[in-house]
Design a protein around this ligand. Structure first.
Ligand code: NDP
Ligand code: AKG
Ligand code: MG
Length: 474
């Protein structure tokens, strides 16, 4: 059935029911080694996962690894430019859960990201990237331990759909002329704006479907968290991009206040309810004045709109959410993207789940990882309804490739996410324990060693993996 790969002769398939995996004790799991530092990271990570599973289940459970090829390695096996062979796609589809090292994407030129392609082909619409501090991890930040966020990044659309045209391309020029001559003049709010003819052009689609299924996953995750972490923040730049990023925010709130009405309260609703709780006789106008500090300077129409909002909230949810009941619900709020970048640094403890569009989540996940120790500590998962592919937040770090140097923590923790997704919590816990103990003991790779006070000797990538395994027994 495959052209150049052979599935393990022992092991069973993971299947899916209602969006959740059904995992046998001997699953076959395809893996992609990855480009660049993938040569160092993958063997170290596989060793840690295998050791944890063996130790946790004493042979009753075992992953049967299935090597498949994507990226540079695929070209070696399948031929020039065969970066994403059909074999590999067939294997991921058949076995449902896979894990990968990083893959190179050249800047410019015609080659699109293989990482993004995999997410789109398998409709892995939620990119889940937890950024959590492990005790003893050195950080340039003063209070990294306060940050404990999970980024839920929409993974299939936004500018990553890759609908763009180069400057001077025939269709690009046609599109610009059509916009300049027909569509912009037909849209009064665009006035006399024009796009320069020497522009490249990209399209940023943000759909209601894509936004709401992502926020749905984020809210579902929040429901599983301890009360104090039950919060979903919709991240957007809706003040500038009203119909894409602003719409993401609106659709997120719409979902929270319809499908999850009983479970959620929005921040504005909590203010309205809170005002009435503090002062049961408060007038609608005074309540509106308190939720919108600029209320008195607004036009009467705008004031009436806010007063109506107050009326609507009190009518709709006072009985279900009032008298403090809202404090037991998931808090859904929103923050503008530039603001959230500073807020995760200045108020790291105030956030929990950050639901983002694709580009914002890409930026934010590197920034949040930097706070808790760097890209060596940033795991991730790409989750769909019938497939999941686990991978680190970082890329191939080409200057460090092949040196047995970089931190495998991100890929190992992506493996932890995979084990948890499979329901193999005992193995996942062993790895987290081993990793935390190795770091606390100053047994770390160069990236963490260079930040430690007092300085510690650097471990190699493979040595760090061995240190983690050694500390399973602590
Ligand atoms: N999902 C994927 O496969 C991704 C692929 N990429 C691709 O990877 C390639 C390289 O991208 P680049 O912009 O250099 O970003 P990278 O994330 O690959 O590396 C940037 C820097 O981050 C640090 N870093 C990365 N990985 C580790 C690690 N495991 N341990 C410790 N430090 C680490 C290093 O910093 P320092 O040198 O300061 O120690 C490194 O130089 C590009 O082709 C890009 O498109 C990028 C992101 C994701
Ligand atoms: O695919 C790539 O080259 C980059 C992807 C990326 O940065 C990410 O997913 O975080
Ligand atoms: Mg990225």
């Amino acid at each position: 059935m495959y052209e150049k790969i052979v599935a393990p002769t022992t092991g069973s398939k993971i299947t899916f029911k209602d969006g959740l995996p059904i995992v046998p004790n001997d699953p076959i799991v395809p893996f992609i080694r990855g480009d660049g530092t993938g040569v160092d990271l993958w063997p170290a990570s596989q060793k840690v996962m295998d050791a944890a599973v063996e130790q946790a289940y004493g042979g009753d459970r075992k992953i049967n690894w299935f090597k498949i090829y994507v990226g540079d390695e695929a070209c070696d096996v399948y031929g020039t430019y065969q970066y994403l062979p059909q074999d590999s796609l067939d294997a991921i589809k058949e076995y449902g859960v896979a894990i990968k090292g990083p893959l190179t994407t050249p800047i410019g030129g015609g080659i699109r990201s293989l990482n993004v392609a995999l997410r789109q082909i398998f409709d892995l619409y939620a990119c889940v990237r937890p950024c959590k501090y492990y005790d003893g991890t050195p950080s340039l930040h003063k209070t990294p331990e306060l940050l404990d966020v999970i980024i839920y990044r929409e993974n299939t659309e936004d500018i990553y759909l890759g609908i763009e045209w180069a400057k001077d391309s025939e269709i690009g020029i046609k599109l610009i002329e059509y916009l300049n001559n027909e569509l912009i003049p037909a849209t009064p709010e665009h006035g006399k704006k024009q796009i320069r003819l020497d522009s490249g052009i990209g399209i940023k689609p943000i759909s209601k479907t894509g936004s709401q299924r992502l926020v749905r996953r984020a809210i579902t995750h929040a429901l599983r968290l301890p009360k104090e972490k039950q919060q979903v923040t919709l991240v957007h730049k809706g003040n500038i991009m009203k119909y894409t990023e602003g719409a993401f925010r609106d659709w997120g709130y719409e979902l929270a206040t319809t499908e999850y009405r009983a479970e959620c309260v929005t921040e504005r609703e909590s203010w309205i309810l809170g005002n009435k709780e503090k002062n049961p006789d408060i007038s609608l106008e005074d309540n509106a004045r308190q939720i919108d500090p600029g209320y008195d300077a607004l036009t009467p129409e705008k004031q009436a709109k806010i007063t109506q909002e107050v009326t609507d909230v009190l009518t709709a949810i006072w009985d279900s959410h009032g008298d403090g009941k809202w404090k037991e619900k998931i808090m859904v709020n929103d923050r503008i993207a530039d603001s959230i970048f500073q807020q995760i640094q200045t108020r790291p403890g105030e956030y929990s789940i950050l639901a983002t569009m694709n580009l914002n989540g890409d930026y934010l996940s590197d920034a949040a990882a930097a706070i808790v120790g760097g890209l060596g500590m940033g795991p991730g998962a790409n989750i769909g309804d019938e497939c999941a592919v686990f991978e680190a937040t970082h890329g191939t770090a080409p200057k460090h490739a092949g040196l047995d140097k970089v931190n495998p923590g991100s890929l190992i923790l992506s493996g932890v996410m995979m084990l948890e997704y499979m329901g193999w919590q005992e193995a996942a816990d062993l790895i987290k324990k081993g990793l935390a103990a190795a770091i606390s003991n100053g047994e770390v790779t160069y990236d963490l060693a260079r930040l430690m006070e007092p300085p510690v000797p650097e471990l190699k990538c493979s040595e760090f993996a061995e240190a983690i395994i050694k500390h399973f027994a602590d």
